[in-house]
Ligand binder design. Structure first.
Ligand code: SAM
Length: 286
C-alpha cells in the first residue's frame, strides 16, 4: 500500500470504502506528507518507542509512525474506520488497532500491557471537539509518557503557550505548563486536511516534566483556584474566588494571602504566574 498522505491516495481509499465523514467525531484527515514528517520529527520517535496514536482515521499517520517506532497502538472510536485501517495497515506487524473511545479507556492499563509501564509517546491529529479533556486527562491520570505531539487548533496552541498578562493566558495555559513544556513545532493551514477545517491548526509538542516546575502541596486545590480565577476573568481575583460555587474562601482570607504575597487587592487572575498561583493555593488551603 502506498503512503496515504498523498491526497489522491486518501480519496481513493475513501471512495473504495464509501466512507461517510462523521462530523461529530471531528474527522479532518491529513493529506500533506510534509506535515506528517514534521510531526514524526518533533515527537522524536525512535525504533525503541511505543507510540499511542489517538484517532488514526484511515491510518495516514499510523503508517509513518509504524515505519519509525517499535510499536504503535492506535485507538479509533469510529467502527466504520476499522476495516479501512485493517486494510491500510495490513503490511505493518507492529500496529495494534483498538476500536475504543480514548476518553473511556484506561490508558495506564494500556501502557502496562503494551510497554511494561515504561513511558510511551503520544502522537495525534486530535479530534478538536475533545482536545482539552484528552490532553489534561492523560496528564491528570499520570499516564507515563515522554511527550505528546499533537495537532490542535492554532488558537488552542496559542493558549497552551501563553504567558501571564496576554489575552490567550488562562486555565489551559496554567494546566498545560504545570505538567509539560510546550513547543510549537509547525503552523498548519486548512488546505492540509480533507475536509478542510474552518480554523488554522498547529502541531504542539508537550514534553512532560519529571517533577512539576513549581511546588504545590495540593495540586487539585490549585486547579480549583485557577479555574475559579478564570471563570470570571474580568473580576478581581478576590471577587472571582469569593463568587466561585466550588470554593468557600472568605474575602478577608484572600486579601490577607494577597498582602503576604505583596500583590494588590485589585489584582486579576490573569496577572499571576503559575508560581504565584501555587503559592496562593498553599496559603489558602485549609
Ligand atoms: N489521524 C488521522 C489523520 O491525521 O488523518 C485522523 C485525524 S481526525 C482529526 C480525528 C480522528 O479521531 C478521527 O478518525 C475520529 O474518528 C477520531 N476520534 C474522534 N473522537 C474519538 C475518541 N473519543 N476516541 C478515539 N478516537 C476518536
Amino acid at each position: 500500500m502506498d503512503r496515504l498522505s498523498h491526497p489522491q491516495q486518501t480519496i481513493q481509499v475513501l471512495q473504495e470504502h464509501r466512507f461517510v465523514f462523521q462530523k461529530k467525531y471531528g474527522q479532518n484527515f491529513l493529506i500533506d506528507p510534509h506535515v506528517l514528517d514534521k510531526i514524526i520529527a518533533a515527537a522524536g520517535i525512535e525504533s525503541g518507542d511505543t507510540v499511542l496514536e489517538i484517532g488514526p482515521g484511515i491510518g495516514t499517520m499510523t503508517q509513518a509512525l509504524a515505519e519509525t517506532a517499535g510499536h504503535v497502538v492506535a485507538v479509533e472510536i469510529d467502527r466504520n474506520l476499522i476495516p479501512i485501517l485493517q486494510e491500510t495497515l495490513a503490511g505493518y506487524s507492529n500496529v495494534t488497532i483498538l476500536n475504543e473511545d480514548i476518553l473511556k479507556l484506561d490508558v495506564n492499563r494500556l501502557v502496562r500491557e503494551y510497554n511494561g509501564g515504561k513511558p510511551i509517546k503520544v502522537a495525534a491529529n486530535l479530534p478538536y471537539y475533545i482536545t482539552t479533556p484528552i490532553i489534561l486527562g492523560l496528564f491528570e491520570q499520570e499516564v507515563p509518557l515522554d511527550n505528546m505531539t499533537v495537532m490542535v487548533q492554532k488558537e488552542v496552541a496559542d493558549r497552551m503557550q501563553a504567558a501571564p498578562g496576554s489575552k490567550d493566558y488562562g486555565a489551559l495555559s496554567l494546566a498545560v505548563q504545570y505538567y509539560a513544556e510546550p513547543y510549537l513545532a509547525a503552523n498548519v493551514p486548512p488546505n492540509c486536511f480533507l475536509p478542510r477545517p474552518k480554523v488554522g491548526s498547529a502541531v504542539v509538542r508537550l514534553t512532560r516534566y519529571q517533577e512539576p516546575p513549581v511546588p504545590a502541596e495540593h495540586p487539585a486545590f490549585l486547579f480549583r483556584i485557577i479555574r475559579a480565577a478564570f471563570n470570571q476573568r474580568r473580576k478581581t481575583l478576590q471577587n472571582a474566588l469569593w463568587n466561585a460555587a466550588e470554593l468557600t474562601i472568605p474575602k478577608e482570607r484572600t486579601a490577607e494571602a494577597l498582602r503576604r504575597m505583596r500583590l494588590s487587592e485589585t489584582v486579576r487572575g490573569e496577572a499571576l504566574s503559575l508560581e504565584q498561583f501555587a503559592r496562593l493555593s498553599d496559603l489558602l488551603f485549609l
